[in-house]
Design a protein around this ligand. Structure first.
Ligand SMILES: Nc1ncnc2c1ncn2[C@@H]1O[C@H](COP(=O)(O)OP(=O)(O)OP(=O)(O)O)[C@@H](O)[C@H]1O
Ligand SMILES: [Mg+2]
Length: 332
């Protein structure tokens, strides 16, 4: 009999996605593995181009040509999302797994009323009548803080501010109480105070439904305020994953250490700012060794020759690094 007690809600194994480009194969996602459970907030961080969005789009079968998922699995309750038929994955999207994207301007349809957009998934997946869905829509909009929601169902996105539009996106994404909510930089387009409000809202709603929230962000301040688990990506690979306290207190990958030093320096004006020297790697063509080696103060010959695999450092803490330096070891 299948053991469901220890089965993670989502288990991604050796996921690989590449884009055929004029310069060769671009390994956007190159052997990504992780698992996550209900009730968690998992933040994925990493520089621009590290494969965060493509990882999540791959899982949902949303990678567009010339992209191709070539390897791996993404098991949701033990069933592989990658091998599902178009019909099966469409049944899951917007219902059991839903997504919010960065820009509320482009992700809401400007020609549809917000009432229609918030109730779309309810009508599609929940077999509700229009009146039932509208009543639920009002409740959802109230929950995300839209004033006088009943009067606003027939308004269009352009009649709302950016922050309000993002709240509407969240209401739509949560309408079917998804087991997984994927949020790809949901606050980047907003000003700082609005960002904080939206994050609080997401966290509160996640706690209420107790689902899994997977959030992509560039911002370690956001990570500190919302994450339970943190996964750090570099050039298409996972370099470190750990609970949030552990990532900040005991970052072990030189790239994670660099990221954390950078934010510490920003918070403390007496510290010299220490951005990670060098430019992000582009994962093109054949790949051997650690992608971070050219920027790493600790790199040795084996780092350039042998690709490090993820290994366990302690409970829930994994890292892909041959050296695993102590924090501060590189300080002159
Ligand atoms: N349609 C595409 N065609 C070619 N390459 C692509 C395409 N989409 C993504 N890529 C490449 O795949 C890699 C990973 O991209 P991805 O969008 O996942 O990065 P990201 O970590 O989400 O970055 P950002 O923080 O800027 O959103 C990048 O090198 C990117 O240029
Ligand atoms: Mg992205």
């Amino acid at each position: 009999m299948k053991d469901t007690t220890t089965q993670p809600l989502l288990e991604v194994t050796d996921l690989r996605t590449h884009f055929a480009t004029a310069r060769g194969k671009l390994h956007a996602v190159d052997g990504v593995s992780f698992s996550a459970n209900s009730g968690q907030v998992l933040c994925i961080v990493g520089e621009s181009g590290s494969g965060k969005s493509v990882t999540l789009r791959s899982i949902m079968q949303l990678v567009q040509k010339p992209g191709k998922v070539t390897h791996g699995s993404a098991k949701f309750h033990g069933e592989d999302l990658l091998t599902m038929s178009r019909r099966e994955i469409q049944d899951i999207r917007g219902d059991r797994i839903s997504m919010i994207f960065q820009n509320p301007l482009t992700s809401l349809n400007p020609a549809m009323t917000i009432g229609a957009q918030v109730t779309e998934s309810l009508l599609l997946h929940r077999n509700m009548s229009k009146a039932e869905a509208a009543a639920e829509g009002v409740e959802l909009l109230r929950q995300v803080g839209i004033p006088s929601p009943r009067d606003r169902l027939s308004d269009y996105p352009a009649q709302f501010s950016g922050g309000m539009r993002q709240r509407i996106m969240i209401a739509a994404a949560l309408s079917c109480k998804p087991e997984i909510l994927i949020a790809d930089e949901p606050t980047t387009a907003l000003d700082v105070s609005m960002q904080a409000q939206i994050l609080q809202l997401l966290k509160a709603l996640q706690a209420e439904i107790s689902n899994l929230l997977i959030m992509i962000t560039h911002d370690l301040g956001v990570v500190a305020s919302i994450a339970d688990e943190v996964m750090v990506m570099y050039a298409g690979r996972v370099v470190e994953k750990a609970p949030v306290r552990e990532i900040f207190a005991n970052p072990c990958h030189p790239y994670t250490q660099g990221l954390i030093n950078t934010v510490r320096a920003l918070e403390d004006s007496t510290q010299p700012l220490s951005p990670i020297p060098g430019t992000p790697a582009i994962p093109l063509g054949e790949r051997t060794g650690c992608a971070f080696a050219p920027r790493c103060a600790f790199a040795r010959d084996d780092c350039r020759q042998v690709t490090p695999t993820l290994e366990s450092l302690g409970p829930d803490h994994t890292i892909a690094c041959h050296v695993k330096p102590q924090m501060g070891a590189s300080d002159d």
